[in-house]
Write a protein that binds this ligand. Structure first.
Ligand code: MIG
Length: 634
């Protein structure tokens, strides 16, 4: 491994234990002359090269043929035209005749042109020229990944119960509604371990408060849930409401813990609570203070959280909103010609997450005043780190579930992530699958997507198919947005089919958890693209819709509406285990090669590798009830 330093990079703490700086010039990449960027690197790609990586991002397992940017964004439309999602995971792996990994450690914006302008060229361009570049060469893809993972440190370990099934909704509005959802699962015999609370449990969306009307009996609720073996998992948002008399805000203000504008005044942004301040997550003292905020809920027996809006998402800034209002007033008072109209429309469309706003506030990071856009991609990481460090201080004996929306490499040591606001689209089921290995490469092992889809209305068959993939992902959570069709599994005619699939999940937990622990302990993957395990097999290398899960099994989910079968490629002889719900109904040995495998709704096929075994538990209503000693080996 080689480490090169360009300029004076801002420390990200992605890597704690750094190898010595390589003094000689970089050879694995060419430094390009491109007047648009202060620093650009290039590499020629040959036809057989596959480029893996970039963690949470759009498009394929093989990232070739598109332009990606590292710029954490709250954008709920994850379509093919996008270039980034909520995270910046600047690690790529070029796999062909050689196996070389590159990690560009910088909190600023990076552009990855991976064969987009020219299919045979990789170009990485930096908006700020200060960066640490790590080059890792290995004998195989997995070798390179292993070295990289050792470099960035051990991944977060989620508690076993976090492998249970979780139900979420924006929002369950009252404690009685929460009780009702849990009761309906229990009565129908649908296993459940987690019930998530979205923003409405809070008092006016204020962090570390409870709605005094709708969640007045919170302590009682937690106790009842505990009895039913349900973990309540509340959301925490990044912005702190500006409100006199709100303790947490007053404390932050008094101590100067919020991000400031150029004049040193607290920078006011709009998020769910209305006007908010952003805690300076990058400042050690402020970070400790924000983390202590979780104590309010930890003291109530809470042992799981999800951190949201931490790109950070800005609906508006007070400053910019003022300018917009003035501009609109002027526009509307005159005659609105067509250009004026589009100017007006454009201004409105760019109020949220506005580029200028990200350049208008400052952090105090390691004693240095830094403009936000220079460190933008670290905000979610440091918010989540603040929580995780607080858990170690405040409840060292407790295993706490923690996952975040935004992230940067390094955060994987503290928490998992969920894949953000997907939609109830078939293409997003496939995207969920494709993101698993790239996230694993970057250390994010506890992850999953909103099953059934978050935005838009789901359908019964999409829900079934998505659960059939979700049973393999460490985070298995059904979540949907305000205003969309309710998608708790008991809402559907096919509830029995869905229940069977969730029961199968519980049967798989011992297998999945050992694969997960192994991936942590050995700094390796839990979800592998076929090509990483069968590198000599040219067909396997091109498969984008099947994955190996752990060392023993392969999955090939259905992701097309109305399909009753699908093409599956077997890189070696495997045994197809066919489950109808939780019940194993058929075992068929299939030879290496191409197959068309029937997969009616409600049936799940798991392909066991030649010479391997799958362990199965008896199903259970919660992880606490799983019998880990009484396993069947197939
Ligand atoms: O602006 O808290 O990704 O999971 O339900 C939307 C409400 C804010 C975005 C999260 C989503 C959550 C929602 N949040």
């Amino acid at each position: 491994m080689k480490r090169y330093v360009f300029g004076t990079p801002i420390e990200t703490e992605a890597v704690l234990d750094k190898p010595q700086v390589e003094e000689s010039a970089i050879t694995a990449l060419r430094i390009l002359d491109d007047e648009r960027f202060p620093l650009s690197f290039g590499l020629d790609l040959s036809d057989e090269d596959i480029v893996y990586g970039l963690g949470e991002n759009v498009r394929g397992i093989n990232k070739r043929g598109w332009l990606y940017t590292s710029k954490n964004a709250d954008d709920p439309v994850h379509d093919e035209g996008k270039h980034s999602l909520y995270a910046s995971h600047n690690f790529i792996l070029v796999s062909g005749a050689k196996h070389v990994g590159f990690f560009f450690d910088t909190p600023g914006e990076v552009l990855f042109d991976i064969g987009y302008n020219h299919y045979d060229k990789l170009v990485v361009s930096l908006v700020d020229p200060d960066v640490e570049v790590y080059v890792i060469e290995g004998d195989s893809d997995l070798d390179v990944i292993h070295e990289f993972r050792k470099l960035i440190g051990k991944s977060y370990r989620a508690p076993k119960w976090a492998f249970g099934y979780g139900q979420c909704r924006w929002s369950y509005m009252t404690s009685d509604e929460v009780r009702d959802v849990v009761r309906k699962h229990r009565e129908a015999g649908i296993p459940l371990d987690m019930l998530y609370l979205d923003i409405d449990y809070m008092d006016s969306y204020k962090d570390f408060t409870l709605n005094p009307q709708t969640f007045a009996d919170f302590d009682q609720l937690v106790a009842e849930m505990k009895e039913q073996k349900i973990h309540l998992v509340p959301i925490i948002d990044a912005g702190v409401k500006v409100e006199e008399g709100y303790d947490f805000y007053e404390e932050g203000k008094k101590n100067g813990y919020f991000c400031k504008d150029e004049n040193g005044e607290d920078f006011i942004v709009g998020v769910w609570p209305g006007d908010c301040c952003l805690p300076d997550m990058l400042n050690d003292e402020a970070r400790e203070w924000f983390g202590n905020g979780y104590k309010f809920l930890l003291d109530k027996g809470i042992d799981g959280f999800w951190n949201d809006m931490n790109e950070p998402a800005l609906f508006y800034s007070k400053k910019h909103l003022g300018e917009v209002t003035a501009q609109l007033g002027a526009l509307l008072s005159g005659k609105l010609d067509i250009n004026g109209f589009f100017g007006f429309k454009d201004t409105l469309e760019h109020i949220s997450n506005n580029e200028e706003d990200y350049k208008s506030f400052y952090h105090n990071y390691k004693g240095q005043k830094l403009r936000h856009d220079k460190v933008h991609n670290l905000f979610g990481y440091y918010m989540t780190r603040s929580a995780s460090e607080a858990f170690k201080r405040l409840v060292p004996e407790r295993e706490v579930l923690m996952f975040s929306r935004s992230s940067y490499i390094g955060m994987h040591r503290y928490a998992g992530i969920w894949q953000g606001d997907n939609k109830s689209w078939w293409s997003h089921l496939l995207m969920n699958l494709k993101m698993m290995p790239s996230l694993n490469m970057c250390g994010f092992l506890y992850t999953g997507a909103d099953l059934g889809g978050f935005g838009d209305h789901t359908t019964e068959d999409l829900m079934i198919r998505w659960l059939s993939l979700g049973i393999f992902t460490p985070l298995m959570r059904n979540h949907s947005a305000l205003g969309t069709r309710f998608q708790e599994v008991y809402q559907f005619d096919a509830v029995e089919k869905m229940k069977g699939i969730i029961q199968l999940r519980y049967r798989l937990i011992p297998y999945l958890y050992q694969a997960y622990e192994k991936a942590i302990n050995e700094d390796t993957m839990m979800f592998y693209p076929l090509g990483m395990v069968f590198p000599e097999d040219e067909t396997a290398r091109r498969v984008e819709d099947q994955l190996l899960v752990g060392d023993d099994i392969m999955i090939a989910p259905v992701y097309e509406q109305n399909a009753v079968a699908r093409h599956v490629y077997l890189p070696e002889e495997m045994t197809c285990l066919r489950f109808r719900g939780a019940e194993l109904i058929e075992k068929t040995v299939l030879p290496q090669g191409h197959h068309y495998v029937e997969m009616p709704l409600g049936e799940v096929c798991i392909f066991v590798r030649n010479g391997h075994m799958l362990q199965l538990a008896e199903n259970a209503q919660s992880v606490a009830d799983l019998d880990w000693d009484n396993l069947t080996f197939v």
